[in-house]
Design a protein around this ligand. Structure first.
Ligand code: MLT
Length: 258
């Protein structure tokens, strides 16, 4: 990859492209950074079906690459964005130049998880997004960060509170039926970067370890002190990991050269 790669940043649930405000500029020197709103989130106005699958979101990403004439991109997905990246890898592996999986997992929801998705899909309508936002933030941001950065807590809470309830419900139901995708990582012939925070209340370290173990070449980068939105809490550490990874894709160390 002698040229500046395209880095496609895929946001989590129920967030939007502004999740990546600490990455877009900071990484623009090393990559052509694209951070889209996934269907129905943020400013995106495309119609949203009642169940928004990870495959449908991946198909939107393929259309975006086609429209811009981009043959291959490095995908970086955080949480739900990671589910979308894995669905994309399953469907169009030849379009993936590299993969960063942040604060996410490759297994499907268990029976309790599926019940929680169903409840979420109902609650977004009955309680409203502002209530959902207040309930979610303690799981998304570490306790220390919440104390230190009320400005960022307010930003994330507002980001969630302004999402369309129909989109949030549809995405919850789409995540509910997503298949396990650890197997697709076994086929990957480039290094994979797995990032997490040791204070992530939603994705245990075991999920990141399983992702890392499933890929033949991988690095597991644990950011000390960071919660679920590790890119928001510690943008410098997150960005440094990505910059190092892009360098590795470009100039593989001798033991990783083909
Ligand atoms: C996310 O941050 O995208 C969600 O927590 C993912 C999930 O609920 O599985």
């Amino acid at each position: 990859m002698a040229h500046r790669p395209t880095l496609l940043l895929l946001h989590g649930f129920p967030l939007d492209r502004t999740l990546w405000d600490g990455q877009v500029q900071a990484l623009s020197g090393v990559a052509k950074v694209i951070a889209p709103d996934l269907r129905g989130f943020g400013n995106d106005q495309r119609p949203v079906p009642d169940v928004l699958t990870m495959e449908a979101l991946a198909a939107d990403i393929k259309d975006l690459l086609d429209d811009r004439g981009i043959e291959r991109a490095v995908l970086c997905g955080l949480s739900m964005g990671g589910y979308v990246a894995l669905a994309f890898l399953h469907l169009w592996p030849e379009r993936v130049a590299g993969l960063v999986l942040a604060n996410t997992r490759g297994n499907r929801d268990d029976i309790h998880g599926r019940a929680a998705r169903q409840r979420m899909a109902e609650d977004v309508h009955s309680k409203g997004m502002a209530v959902i936002a207040r309930g979610m933030v303690p799981n998304l941001l570490s306790e220390a960060f919440r104390k230190e950065r009320p400005d960022e807590v307010a930003r994330i809470e507002a980001m969630i509170a302004t999402q369309a309830p129909h989109t949030a419900a549809a995405a919850a139901l789409g995540m509910r039926i997503r298949p396990g995708r650890l197997d697709v990582l076994a086929e990957v012939d480039f290094p994979v970067l797995v990032i997490t925070g040791d204070q992530d209340a939603l994705m245990g370290l075991d999920s990141s370890m399983a992702l890392s173990a499933a890929a033949p070449q991988s690095t597991l980068h644990i950011i000390p002190g960071a919660g679920h939105l590790s890119n928001v809490e510690q943008p410098e550490a997150f960005n440094a990991a990505i910059i190092g990874y892009l360098k590795e894709l470009q100039d593989p160390p001798p033991d990783r050269e083909p």
